[in-house]
Write a protein that binds this ligand. Sequence first.
Ligand code: MG
Ligand code: MG
Length: 627
Amino acid sequence: MRTSIATVSLSGSLTEKLTAASRAGFDGVEIFENDLLASPLTPEEIRARCADLGLSIDLYQPMRDIEAVPPEEFARNLRRAHHKFELMGRLGADTVLVCSSVSPLARDDDALAAAQLCQLADLAQGFGIRVAYEALAWGRHVNTYDHAWRIVEAAGHPALGTCLDSFHILARGSDPKDLEGIADIPGEKIFFLQLADAPLMAMDVLQWSRHYRCFPGQGGLDVTGLLRHVIAAGYQGPLSLEIFNDVFRQAEAGPTAIDAHRSLLVLQEAAGLAPLPAPVVPTGAAFVELVTVDAEPASALLGALGFARTARHRSKPVDLWQQGEARILVNLGPAARRHGTFLAAVGLESPDPAGAARRAEALLAPVLPRRRAPEDAPLDAVAAPDGTELFFVATVATVATVATVATNGMNRTNRAVAEVATGIANQPELPDWRADFVDVPHHDATPHGVTRIDHLALTQPWHEFDEAVLFHRGVLGLHAQECVDVADPYGLHRSRAVSNPDGSVRIALGVGAAPTDDGARAQHIALATDDVVATARAFRAAGGRLLTVPANYHDDLAAQYEFADGELETYRELGILYDRDAHGEFRHCYTDTVGRVFFELVQRDGGYRGYGARNAPVRLAAQHAVR
Ligand code: MG
Ligand code: MG
């Protein structure tokens, strides 16, 4: 379907907003009156600019406090409308949004409202304009979509229809059954559809709407369900985003517009309106790449953790460090100058790397050039919103595992995955990133029990948090857990984890104060071990430093849980933190930080699903104290 966005959803001047909307692929815009009033461009120039950018002006808004008022007041309103309709003619906009009145002058009189809206529509029709009447959730007398529709129906004017707004409808928390009436509205009388999501919050609905709206899929409202009803009604107009959000108002318009358009692509897929290349869910973490100007600190840390330098890139200064199935590349790259050591890339094992890249591209992810040197394996890679490069790689392990699933039958989904995998296994030229590496002799490290990468924790720029979650869900097909708030000595962290079904890919996306030397966004790599005590001891014996945890923390643990004799003393000694959920237990500790990066050692037992979020405030305070 055609896509549109209200100019109020983006930051900057009207020109910047229009450019960003066009570049992100929108077909049209809603011109928000304040943006027009603040623009030095004439309506004719705005119209021309939109035409140049390939944007239609789908709506002019808002017109407020029109209906159900005393006659003398309504006469003034018609004069105001006359002026706006002339302006819309110059702008080339053919639909105006009229919100249900919040005026103290408005009467609770549907017949009067219908009669006056009918007169307004008569005036509009003379200008070739249609009036879309929308129920604000806080409208004085009209605040539900069905009430607005009853008035429109009673008015019975061809130039009067209704505008449905997902926020106003869903924010009232009405029974899903109440939404079924939408499908009974004649499609051609739904003049416009505005889409917004919002996180579920207990607060005044006006404040909620003005500050916290977000793009569909980024909040907790069932926008997809609502869209299905509107489509069932026969609606043919554009899908238009109308987002009032404090963060988007400050963030750069270009990336926000892309995030916005991506949300509509994901929404249309979810509602069955426009298919995308199917999600290819990653099946494991193949590697993590650190880029640094000085490989020594990172190498020393990896060595103490029990990693061995097992291979070297044949043409670049990149070392492969490995322990169990955990692989970390240390890249002595020039890009690091700005950042110190940082996590630059993640290799995701994929049953169909090219398919994963196709979906990412369809969802507007920047596709990265396929590797730098001609002899390198051509890997499919895209950039996440925070700039982290995501490589989709097939490994022998992936292919073998999935092929086993194929031979075992399993359910239909697995069979489909297996067919892809078998197809891949039959392609002899399938690029293998490890073919770029030449083994080096290594005898210098004894493994310390690290088995694989448990999770990555990537701090996002504050204004990209919701976008990052939608990106990882929509592009990578990962499942998002609930959002968690974590207190930090210097602020509040928000964190939301995304993972694949078996937990072999877990990424904790966070936002908040950074406990790093240069204030840069912290990133950490959590390494799984079956015995965190043994691994931590071996790390320390090899010269590694563990983060010191205050005694008060372990005193409190003693109050909450019973431990075996000596267990808590061991945790105190090593700085091990503890958590428990309905499924199992979690023990974890932290190394010191190199550049932006630190490591966590984690032991999950009995199917524990979390990330030790309750311990994060203690960890963050301890990291700030080290600085
Ligand atoms: Mg609206
Ligand atoms: Mg962690």
